[in-house]
Write a new protein. Sequence first.
Length: 154
Amino acid sequence: MDSKIIIKKTKKYNKALEIAKNLSDYFDKNGLKKIEKDLPKQLVYGIFKDNELIGFASYEKINSEVVELAWMAVNRNFQNKGFGTKLVKESVSNLGKKYKFCKVKTLAETYKDYGFKKTRNFYKKLGFVSLEIIQPFPGWKKNNPCQIFVKYLK
Protein backbone atom coordinates (compact mmCIF):
# COMPACT_ATOMS: atom_id res chain seq x y z
CA MET A 1 0.00 0.00 0.00
CA ASP A 2 1.23 3.48 -0.71
CA SER A 3 0.28 7.03 0.25
CA LYS A 4 -2.15 7.38 -2.69
CA ILE A 5 -4.78 5.30 -0.87
CA ILE A 6 -7.91 7.24 0.09
CA ILE A 7 -11.06 6.04 1.84
CA LYS A 8 -14.11 8.22 1.39
CA LYS A 9 -17.85 8.11 0.88
CA THR A 10 -18.70 7.42 -2.73
CA LYS A 11 -21.60 7.15 -5.15
CA LYS A 12 -19.66 5.12 -7.74
CA TYR A 13 -22.26 2.35 -7.51
CA ASN A 14 -21.70 0.98 -11.02
CA LYS A 15 -17.97 0.63 -10.45
CA ALA A 16 -18.63 -1.05 -7.10
CA LEU A 17 -21.03 -3.46 -8.80
CA GLU A 18 -18.36 -4.29 -11.41
CA ILE A 19 -15.95 -5.22 -8.62
CA ALA A 20 -18.56 -7.56 -7.13
CA LYS A 21 -19.37 -9.07 -10.54
CA ASN A 22 -15.75 -10.17 -10.84
CA LEU A 23 -16.01 -12.11 -7.57
CA SER A 24 -18.46 -14.83 -8.59
CA ASP A 25 -17.16 -17.13 -5.86
CA TYR A 26 -18.74 -14.71 -3.33
CA PHE A 27 -21.64 -13.12 -5.19
CA ASP A 28 -24.19 -15.09 -7.19
CA LYS A 29 -26.65 -13.62 -9.69
CA ASN A 30 -29.25 -12.91 -7.00
CA GLY A 31 -26.67 -11.29 -4.75
CA LEU A 32 -25.52 -9.03 -7.57
CA LYS A 33 -29.11 -7.93 -8.23
CA LYS A 34 -29.50 -7.12 -4.56
CA ILE A 35 -26.22 -5.19 -4.48
CA GLU A 36 -27.33 -3.14 -7.49
CA LYS A 37 -30.64 -2.35 -5.76
CA ASP A 38 -29.14 -1.71 -2.30
CA LEU A 39 -26.11 0.51 -2.96
CA PRO A 40 -28.02 3.69 -3.89
CA LYS A 41 -29.97 3.39 -0.60
CA GLN A 42 -26.94 2.75 1.61
CA LEU A 43 -23.93 4.65 2.84
CA VAL A 44 -21.06 3.49 0.65
CA TYR A 45 -17.38 3.94 1.40
CA GLY A 46 -14.82 3.31 -1.27
CA ILE A 47 -11.11 2.64 -1.13
CA PHE A 48 -9.34 4.43 -3.95
CA LYS A 49 -5.84 3.76 -5.24
CA ASP A 50 -4.58 6.48 -7.56
CA ASN A 51 -8.19 7.74 -7.85
CA GLU A 52 -9.50 4.34 -8.98
CA LEU A 53 -12.11 2.53 -6.89
CA ILE A 54 -10.61 -0.82 -5.90
CA GLY A 55 -13.06 -1.79 -3.17
CA PHE A 56 -16.19 -0.76 -1.35
CA ALA A 57 -18.13 -1.33 1.87
CA SER A 58 -21.79 -0.39 2.15
CA TYR A 59 -23.65 0.18 5.40
CA GLU A 60 -27.34 0.14 6.19
CA LYS A 61 -28.79 1.92 9.21
CA ILE A 62 -30.65 -0.57 11.41
CA ASN A 63 -31.64 1.91 14.12
CA SER A 64 -30.18 4.96 15.88
CA GLU A 65 -27.46 2.83 17.52
CA VAL A 66 -26.72 0.06 15.01
CA VAL A 67 -25.41 0.01 11.47
CA GLU A 68 -24.93 -3.11 9.37
CA LEU A 69 -22.03 -3.76 7.04
CA ALA A 70 -24.25 -4.98 4.21
CA TRP A 71 -21.89 -5.48 1.25
CA MET A 72 -18.16 -5.44 0.86
CA ALA A 73 -15.79 -6.35 -1.94
CA VAL A 74 -12.21 -5.66 -2.95
CA ASN A 75 -10.94 -6.13 -6.48
CA ARG A 76 -9.30 -9.57 -6.63
CA ASN A 77 -5.95 -8.01 -7.70
CA PHE A 78 -5.85 -6.09 -4.40
CA GLN A 79 -7.03 -8.79 -2.00
CA ASN A 80 -4.84 -10.04 0.84
CA LYS A 81 -2.79 -6.84 0.78
CA GLY A 82 -4.46 -4.91 3.61
CA PHE A 83 -6.87 -2.84 1.51
CA GLY A 84 -10.04 -4.46 2.87
CA THR A 85 -8.76 -4.15 6.42
CA LYS A 86 -7.98 -0.46 5.93
CA LEU A 87 -11.38 0.13 4.29
CA VAL A 88 -13.38 -1.46 7.11
CA LYS A 89 -11.26 -0.02 9.93
CA GLU A 90 -11.53 3.54 8.64
CA SER A 91 -15.18 3.42 7.60
CA VAL A 92 -16.26 1.78 10.87
CA SER A 93 -14.18 4.29 12.83
CA ASN A 94 -16.01 7.09 11.06
CA LEU A 95 -19.39 5.44 11.69
CA GLY A 96 -18.49 5.12 15.38
CA LYS A 97 -19.07 8.87 15.68
CA LYS A 98 -22.80 8.20 15.17
CA TYR A 99 -23.44 4.51 15.97
CA LYS A 100 -22.61 2.26 18.93
CA PHE A 101 -22.52 -1.08 17.11
CA CYS A 102 -21.83 -2.49 13.68
CA LYS A 103 -23.10 -5.91 12.69
CA VAL A 104 -22.35 -8.09 9.70
CA LYS A 105 -23.92 -11.29 8.40
CA THR A 106 -22.00 -13.98 6.54
CA LEU A 107 -22.21 -17.64 5.69
CA ALA A 108 -21.86 -19.52 9.00
CA GLU A 109 -18.96 -21.65 10.15
CA THR A 110 -21.31 -24.67 10.10
CA TYR A 111 -21.15 -24.41 6.28
CA LYS A 112 -17.82 -25.75 5.07
CA ASP A 113 -16.47 -23.26 2.56
CA TYR A 114 -12.85 -22.06 2.57
CA GLY A 115 -13.65 -18.65 1.10
CA PHE A 116 -16.17 -17.84 3.79
CA LYS A 117 -13.85 -19.18 6.50
CA LYS A 118 -11.43 -16.47 5.33
CA THR A 119 -14.29 -13.95 5.44
CA ARG A 120 -15.21 -14.88 9.03
CA ASN A 121 -11.56 -14.72 10.09
CA PHE A 122 -11.28 -11.30 8.45
CA TYR A 123 -14.15 -9.96 10.58
CA LYS A 124 -12.77 -11.58 13.74
CA LYS A 125 -9.38 -9.94 13.07
CA LEU A 126 -11.15 -6.57 12.93
CA GLY A 127 -12.75 -7.10 16.34
CA PHE A 128 -16.14 -8.44 15.31
CA VAL A 129 -17.51 -11.10 17.69
CA SER A 130 -19.78 -13.96 16.66
CA LEU A 131 -23.22 -13.39 18.15
CA GLU A 132 -25.30 -16.23 16.74
CA ILE A 133 -25.99 -18.60 13.87
CA ILE A 134 -29.48 -18.68 12.39
CA GLN A 135 -30.68 -21.41 10.06
CA PRO A 136 -32.75 -20.98 8.12
CA PHE A 137 -32.26 -17.24 7.90
CA PRO A 138 -35.23 -15.37 6.37
CA GLY A 139 -34.50 -14.51 2.75
CA TRP A 140 -31.43 -16.76 2.49
CA LYS A 141 -31.26 -20.09 0.69
CA LYS A 142 -32.39 -23.07 2.76
CA ASN A 143 -28.91 -24.56 3.21
CA ASN A 144 -27.08 -21.27 3.84
CA PRO A 145 -26.80 -20.76 7.60
CA CYS A 146 -26.26 -17.14 8.64
CA GLN A 147 -23.66 -16.13 11.21
CA ILE A 148 -24.07 -12.69 12.72
CA PHE A 149 -21.03 -10.82 14.04
CA VAL A 150 -21.08 -7.54 16.01
CA LYS A 151 -18.49 -4.92 16.90
CA TYR A 152 -18.73 -2.25 19.59
CA LEU A 153 -17.76 1.10 18.04
CA LYS A 154 -17.69 3.59 20.92
